[in-house]
Ligand binder design. Sequence first.
Ligand code: PLP
Length: 449
Amino acid sequence: MTKYYLDPLGGKMSKEEIDYIINNYYMHGDGPKSIFLIKGKDCIVTDIDGNEYIDCQSQAWTLNSGHSNKTILEAAFNQAKILSHVRPIHDTFPRVKLIKKLAEIAPGNLKRIALTLTGSLASESAFKLAMINRPDALYFITLYNAWHGNSLASAAASWVPTQTRGKDNFGFGMKFKPFMNNFVRVPNPYCYRCYFGEKYPNCKLTCAKVLELTIEKAVSGPVAGVYIEPIQGNGGQIPCPLKYLQEVRRICDKYGILLMFDEVQTAFGRMGTMFGAEYYNVMPDIITFAKAMGNGWPIGGILADNRLETLQSTGEDAYTNANNAMIQSAALANINFIIENKLKENAAKMGDYITKRLIELQKDIPQIGDIRGPGLHIGVELVRDPKTKEPAIEETNMFYNESLKRGVLFGLAGAIRNVIKIKPPLTISKELADRVLNVFEDVARIVFK
Ligand SMILES: Cc1ncc(COP(=O)(O)O)c(C=O)c1O
């Protein structure tokens, strides 16, 4: 007997039909396939078989205000009823109000704003603005294992053209090699596995020294910008230490280079502050943002220091759908929701709570090699042996699958694929956090028995 799956909004399909359509017509240029989802409410998602999961992925760290947030949906739909799609040349109330709000919450002098659609496009806008302001420069510097997007330029800035040789062979950039040559990478401050055998904070910040030497001696011309994620997400939840960012700021000032923060994952509350720049109190010249800004509606942009030359209205950064009034209304409602419901404060509180319990558990299960935050930007690096730090790659895969069976959807990331991410919506309650932690503990005991 054929089993049919019901679409909650009507109709049904068999598994064979679904598989046929996806396998024959859809190009999955994405990561490996995971569960089929049909519903989401706040922190919980439901799959096609009716199983529920606590969503510790917030669907790519996007749904800070939770799935199907009523306030945000209403704002979007109310706007859609009167005006939704607008060409970027027209001003509208949603755009004016959103820009005003962004200018209010923007840190420091970062009061010039451009809007776009995605994180990748925000990176592109930032590169353009940096090139406008540093017209003679030829290069950008990014970090090992960075992720700045998957458009051709943002992919070139990421780890995509690296890791194409050797045993960790998941880089795919050489397929696109004509476009992969404009960025120079320097060591990321990966303190748990310091490339230089140092120990933060009592280290010489050799990683920053290499950045300085690269600017001075390794690039064949001036550098426009240094582009850094305050916490590397895709690379493995690797936070920049404060002194590192302060030193990079000093180096950029010394050489007249723009410091650019990729806050596509860190902006809008996840670290316990609205922006990562505030968490560190280190001000870059440009911040890129996207993901959590729209709580699932595609929108991103950049904040730029108001002393910089701006983008010009020659169409140099125009996109047909980058002025969608419905999405802008959703984004404004989302930012207000984050502020009014104190979600960044909850991120700090719940992040602290989860982290403390993980540190307790680590005493018993030393394969929990490193626990990194802050806030609800949590990554746990799993190792086979805490002394050798041999990465527990297969175990991390097993961890992910066993957690799914127990109703928790964790993230799995890292350049070595041995990091479990715990990044639920910032609305998460203590009760749900406890459920996540209980599953984490049960699974850790099974995987590392
Ligand atoms: C730090 C960072 N920058 C940029 C991007 C690209 O964003 P998008 O996928 O919206 O293009 C991502 C996406 O994962 C990201 O994590």
